[in-house]
Design a protein around this ligand. Sequence first.
Ligand code: 13P
Ligand code: ZN
Length: 276
Amino acid sequence: MKVLEAPFVKGFIRVADDGWLQGWHERNGGNLSYRMRPEEVESVREELVPRKWEPIGTEVPLLGGEYFLVTGSGRYMRNAVIDPEDTFCIIELDPAGAHYRILWGLSKGGRPTSELPTHLMNHEVKVRVTGGKHRVIYHAHPANIVALTYVLPLTDEVFTRELWEMETECPIVFPDGIGVVPWMVPGGREIAVETSKLMEKYDVALWAHHGLFCSGDTFDQTFGLMHTVEKAAEILVKVLSMAPKKRQTIEPEGFREVAKAFHVTVPERFLYEKED
Ligand code: 13P
Ligand code: ZN
C-alpha cells in the first residue's frame, strides 16, 4: 500500500487539518506524532527508503526499533492536506532508542519536529504506564489555555479544578487532571524530561506561555482531549472577563457525584476547599 492510502496516515492528516481549522497552529506552531503498529509498518514497507541515522537528542530505550509518523520541524499543519509528502515523515528508531532515520516524507529535506525529544519521551512513558495503549502525542498552541497561564497560579491543582468547573464533562474526559510545566526553553531534552514526568500521571501537560501536549490511544480521543481542554479554557476566559468572581459553580460534592455516576476516580487533592 502507498503511505498516503494508509488509514493511519489519513487519520494523522485529519488531526493536523482539524487543528489548523481550530486556529491552534499559526505558522509552524504545534506538532504531532503517532507510534505505528507493526502491521501498519509492513503495510507501507514498499515505500520506505532509509536515510542517514541522526541523534534524537535524548534516549528512549523502551522505544528501540519502533516506527513513528511525525510532523517536520518548521512545517505548517495547514499544508498537511495539500502537501503531505513534505509536511511529515516516517522515522525508525535504532535498537538503543538514541538515533532515528527518516524512511519516507519531508521530500524537500529537513528533520522531524524540534519537539521530537518531548514526543518520544512522552511515548516512552505512555508505553510503560498504559501497556502500549496510547499511540498519539499532540502538541498545539490554543489561545485560551495559553492566556490562562498569565493569570492563574501555575499549579496542577488550580488549573485542573478551574477547568473542571467550566464543563460538567471535564472530570469525565480528564479525570486524572492536568499537569503544568513552568516556562522553559522549548525544543530540547530538559523540557522533555519535565513534560514526560507529568505524563506519568496525566494525559495533558500544559507548557506555560506556550501550549499544550495531549496523549491518547486514538486520533479521535487525543484531538477530543485537546478540544475539551481548550473549550473549558475558553469558557473560563469568558467568565473571568465578565466578573472577577463566579456567582455559582460546580462544588466538590458535585464532582464526587459525577465521578460516581460515570465510574471515574477523581483525586481528592483537586477538590480542595476554596476561600471566599
Ligand atoms: P516545530 O516546527 O519544530 O515542530 O516547532 C513548532 C513548535 O510548536 C515548537 O514548540
Ligand atoms: Zn510549540
